[in-house]
Design a binder for this molecule. Structure first.
Ligand code: CA
Ligand code: CA
Length: 181
């Protein structure tokens, strides 16, 4: 009975396929420094199959075929790809290097299913056989921003704090002098 149920499940290894931006060791990472390498990992995908991976500028909304206005490659701004990747026999993917040096911006990742014998697919069309990395940092799958940007804000804040403290100290000294005279 249990075996029958197991055999009847669809080809995908998991009910919730997932691809994710990550580091070289497969740890999920959604914020990168410019120039940092971006990797992809996946689970619950079609086992032993190929996907064409694209990094695209953050897109909204992703509309799955065959709903009206469904998302195709023509409305996407491709930053990297396609890069053909393969899943293992259990439907896992990567970590695979997909971008050697990231540029600043907000991005989604699209894994466009290549198709397999007996499975219909739609290349260049976002359909149910595909998967996306989306909505992790606001509406984007990942975000690339210079760490030094935050560093500068911190430095400016520290500078102003220092000036404020100096002014307060000077004021206090003035008060003290006034008291002393
Ligand atoms: Ca998005
Ligand atoms: Ca992500």
């Amino acid at each position: 009975m249990l075996l029958g149920l197991l055999l009847s499940v669809p080809a995908k290894a998991s009910a919730s396929p997932d691809i994710e931006s990550c580091d070289s060791e497969g740890n999920t990472q959604d914020i990168f420094d410019p120039g940092e390498p971006v990797y992809i990992k996946g689970s619950g995908l079609y086992p032993g199959c190929g996907y064409y991976v694209y990094i695209v500028e953050d897109h909204e909304p992703w509309i799955v075929y065959p709903f009206g206005g469904y998302t195709t490659i023509s409305v996407l701004s491709v930053a990297v790809g396609p890069l053909r990747v393969s899943t293992d026999a259990s439907g896992y993917l990567g970590p695979v290097l997909i971008w050697t040096a990231a540029d600043p911006g907000s991005y989604d990742i699209w894994a466009d299913f290549e198709g397999a014998d007996g499975i219909s697919t739609h290349r260049y069309v976002y359909c149910r056989d595909d998967d996306i990395d989306n909505m992790d940092v606001d509406t984007a799958g990942f975000f690339v921003i210079p760490g030094v940007f935050f560093g500068s804000i911190g430095a400016v804040t520290a500078l102003f704090s220092g000036l404020t403290i100096k002014a307060l100290r000077a004021g206090r000294r003035g008060v003290n002098r006034g008291e002393n005279s």
